[in-house]
Design a protein. Structure first.
Length: 513
């Protein structure tokens, strides 16, 4: 009898669904195929998961393939991150793939098998311009700009604690410095076009509030965000669903309303006034000050390099973001077609400063899927001094690439403000995973530089890499990106410094600690 009742109830439910489908006017498919038409919408909803786990090959999926995600997950969990039985790639035909050329003989190298051996640090940030609080970043791999608001408080906490354990820096993102950024990790404070956390009531920049923030937190540098790879020239939008009372207080904005960031700054209006703004911030705080931008029209960079060549004003670092899209949600055309991909954009910016002889006076930071060793190695060869990781850091603490960051329905609780979903992030254990991933990537970069015969990834040059240019043909990296002799290489005294820190082959010059 019970089974019969259940069957009757199920039939009645299906009849109600069929009746509703027949009379509704929104979906033609359901009017024509009641009940069974819902299967189409179900498959559409779970399509990404089906492709991710069933359909695609190990190297096919985007933005991160299954092999790439597997490497990050294994690295973060201190599991075996090796791959056996050869590569899945068709190595002679993968257009654009970079190949590193190992050397038979080498100079002094760190002990790659010693787990206590030092990991690569970067050249001094702010030293060339004599900033009062110049410092040497302890890690060449750091956490990229991801705001509290776009990420949950638990995720920001995990990343900050992880940065502290790994000796890395965490960029706050433009959403302001939150309590979740105060868990021991050193910070780069990002200032966006809305000046969150350091703004007046009318949304203009407040120097006093900036100085107050810097004085009360472990801020090591300031980054002025010009644009980002996900949506360059568009500005940002935090949906109302994510604007909680806490976020509203931190950012100084109304609760429960869409939070739109302008596409451009109001504190300056051209390159000349931007440099005045940079020097104002550096002078008032003593901190190194840089800019972050995706790369589009080169006129901005050419004017910046020309003005810096005079020697009286300048940025301490430049973060180049690739146009491949990142953690920020954006219209499809911006993700796909606005601003240059990382390698093209970075090489053009670097070359612009190289023409003016300025590359040793600036720290170049790369961002855009550089949390994978093969991509990071190319970035260092092109002249990057450090790399920032964003999505890879999210993957290390449990992201599954569900691509629901913009919906506030992130199933792992990382990119949402939903309390039920956020509870899935155990910050203490995830912090350890983030730290292990950051250290593993740095050690992997040391392995590659050792294979090339140099002590530090910053000493890898364009001569050490070739890029597939079609069937059975490859070109040197310098040829692909139009580099001249010496571009992408450090000055001898800088190369000596970073080598000495890893191998003890001679002391690093005084005053550069």
């Amino acid at each position: 009898m019970r089974a019969r009742s259940i069957g009757t109830a199920a039939a009645a439910a299906l009849a109600l669904v069929a009746a509703r489908d027949l009379v509704q006017k929104k979906h033609a498919l359901l009017r024509n195929f009641p009940v069974i038409g819902h299967a189409r919408y179900l498959l559409e909803r779970i399509g990404p998961e089906l492709r991710q786990y069933v359909v695609t090959s190990n190297e096919e999926e985007r933005p991160f393939s299954r092999d790439q995600r597997t490497w990050i997950y294994a690295s973060a969990k201190e599991e075996n991150n090796y791959f056996g039985f050869g590569t899945d790639m068709d190595v002679e035909h993968v257009q654009g793939h970079a190949y590193v050329k190992q050397r038979t003989f080498a100079g002094p190298l760190p002990d790659l098998h010693d787990p206590q051996a030092p990991l690569p640090s970067a050249k001094v940030l702010g030293g060339p311009r004599g900033r009062a609080k110049a410092f040497r970043p302890a890690s060449v791999v750091n956490i990229s700009a991801m705001s509290f608001g776009s990420l949950s408080g638990a995720a920001v906490t995990a990343l900050n604690k992880g940065a502290a354990l790994a000796g890395a820096l965490q960029n706050t993102g433009e959403g302001g410095l939150s309590p979740y950024h105060r868990n021991g990790g050193d910070l780069i404070l990002q200032i966006g076009t809305s000046y969150f956390g350091c703004r007046n009531e009318d949304g203009t920049f407040s120097l006093d509030k900036l100085k107050e923030i810097v004085a009360g937190a472990p801020v090591r540098a300031i980054e002025i965000k010009i644009s980002q790879g996900a949506k360059p020239g568009l500005g940002g939008l935090l949906p109302a669903a994510k604007v909680t009372p806490e976020i509203a207080e931190i950012r100084g904005i109304p609760q429960g309303e869409d939070c739109a960031s302008p596409s451009r700054h109001t504190a300056f209006h051209d390159v000349d006034s931007m440099l005045d703004f940079v020097e104002l911030l550096a002078g008032e705080t003593g901190l190194p000050v840089g800019i972050k931008s995706a790369v589009g029209d080169m006129g901005f960079w050419e004017e910046l390099a020309a003005l810096m060549a005079r020697g009286d004003r300048g940025v301490d670092f430049v973060t180049v973001d690739g146009g491949e899209g990142g953690t920020g949600a954006a219209p499809l055309i911006f993700s796909d077609s606005v601003s240059l991909p990382f390698r093209m954009g970075f090489s053009r910016v670097y070359g612009t400063f190289a023409e003016q002889g300025l590359t040793d006076d600036i720290t170049f930071i790369g961002s855009g899927k550089l949390g994978l060793p093969e991509n990071a190695v190319v970035a260092f060869a092109l002249g990057a001094d450090m790399v920032n990781v964003a999505r890879e850091a999210m993957l290390s603490i449990g992201c599954i690439q569900a691509q629901k960051c913009h919906t506030d329905k992130c199933p792992t609780g990382i990119a949402t403000q939903d309390p039920w979903l956020v509870r899935g992030v155990d910050a203490p254990s995830k912090a350890i995973r983030a730290a292990v991933y950051l250290r593993t990537l740095r050690r992997e970069l040391l392995k590659v530089s050792g294979a090339v015969g140099v002590a530090h990834p910053g000493l890898i040059t364009t001569a050490d890499i070739e890029v597939m240019n079609g069937d059975y043909d490859a070109r040197g990296l310098a040829s692909v990106y139009g580099y001249k002799d010496g571009w992408g290489e450090l000055a001898p005294h800088l190369a000596q410094e970073i080598t000495a820190l890893l191998t003890g082959a001679g002391p690093a010059p005084e005053g550069h600690a």
